[in-house]
Ligand binder design. Structure first.
Ligand code: ITT
Length: 213
C-alpha cells in the first residue's frame, strides 16, 4: 500500500486523515520531527502549507513515499475572518471560551438572525508532495458558532462549531433552510468523527487532493 507521511503535531488531524485515505488504499503515518517546523505568518493557508512541505522534505524517511501537510483555520465572519491564519495561536491563548466571549452580544431570539450574526467557516488546504510534484486540495465547511461549548469528541474548535446542513448531493446550504443531512444544531464535538466526515473542510480538501492523484 502506498504510504503518506503526514507532518503535523496534531493527533486529531492524523486520525481524520487516516480515515479518509484508507478508503482509497493509502496508509497514513504521522511524521514527527525533532527540529521545530516554522509556520510562517502568511496571509494564505496555501503559502503556509507550501512552506511546511519545503522544510519537511529533508526529514522524509523514504523519498518513494508521499508527504502531506495540511493547514486549517476557523474564520468568523463578524470578526473580519479572525482567528483565520492565527487559529493555532488563538486556540492556545483565548481558546473556545475566548471566541464565545467575543461573540457574546451577538445572539437573538430569532434563530435565523442569530445564525447570521454568528456565521463562520472552517477552511483547510492540504498539500501533498509526490515525487517532486506538489498537489493542492482546498476545502471549506460553512456553519456558525454555537452559543456554548458542547460535546466530547474531536479537537480544537470542534466544541463551538455547528456545520451548515447539506443538500442531497452533500453540498452545504444556507442554514435557514432544512437540508437532507443536518446535525440539528449539534457541534462537531457532539456528532463524532464518522459524522463530521460528511461535513468537514478536511474531508473536502482531501477529496479534492485525491481527485488529482
Ligand atoms: P499542525 O501541526 O498540522 O500545524 P495545528 O494544530 O497547528 O497542527 P492548524 O494550524 O492546521 O493545526 O490549525 C489551526 C488551528 O485550528 C488549530 O488550533 C486546530 O486545532 C484548529 N483546527 C483545525 N482544524 C480543525 C477542526 O477540524 N476542528 C476543530 N479545530 C480545528
Amino acid at each position: 500500500m502506498a504510504k503518506i507521511w503526514f507532518l503535523t503535531g496534531n493527533a486529531g488531524k492524523v486520525e481524520e486523515a487516516k480515515h479518509h485515505f484508507a478508503e482509497h488504499g493509502y496508509v497514513v503515518e504521522q511524521l514527527v520531527v525533532d527540529q521545530e517546523i516554522i509556520e510562517p505568518q502568511a496571509d494564505s493557508l496555501t503559502q503556509v502549507a507550501q512552506a511546511k512541505i519545503a522544510q519537511a522534505l529533508e526529514h522524509m524517511p523514504g523519498k518513494e513515499d508521499m508527504l502531506l501537510v495540511e493547514d486549517a483555520g476557523l474564520f468568523v465572519e463578524t470578526l473580519g475572518g479572525f482567528p483565520g491564519v492565527y487559529s493555532s495561536y488563538a486556540l492556545k491563548t483565548i481558546g473556545c471560551a475566548g471566541i464565545l466571549s467575543l461573540l457574546s452580544n451577538l445572539v437573538s431570539e430569532d434563530p435565523v438572525l442569530s445564525g447570521n450574526l454568528r456565521k463562520a467557516e472552517f477552511r483547510a488546504v492540504a498539500a501533498l508532495w509526490r515525487d517532486g510534484e506538489i498537489l493542492i486540495g482546498e476545502g471549506v465547511c460553512p456553519g456558525r458558532i454555537a452559543e456554548k461549548e458542547s460535546g466530547e469528541s474531536g479537537f480544537g474548535f470542534d466544541p463551538i462549531f455547528i456545520p451548515a446542513d447539506l443538500d442531497a448531493l452533500g453540498n452545504p446550504i444556507p442554514f435557514e433552510s432544512q437540508g437532507e443531512s443536518s446535525t440539528h444544531g449539534e457541534t462537531f464535538s457532539d456528532i463524532g468523527l464518522e459524522e463530521k466526515k460528511k461535513y468537514s473542510h478536511r474531508s473536502r480538501a482531501i477529496e479534492s487532493l485525491l481527485s488529482k492523484l
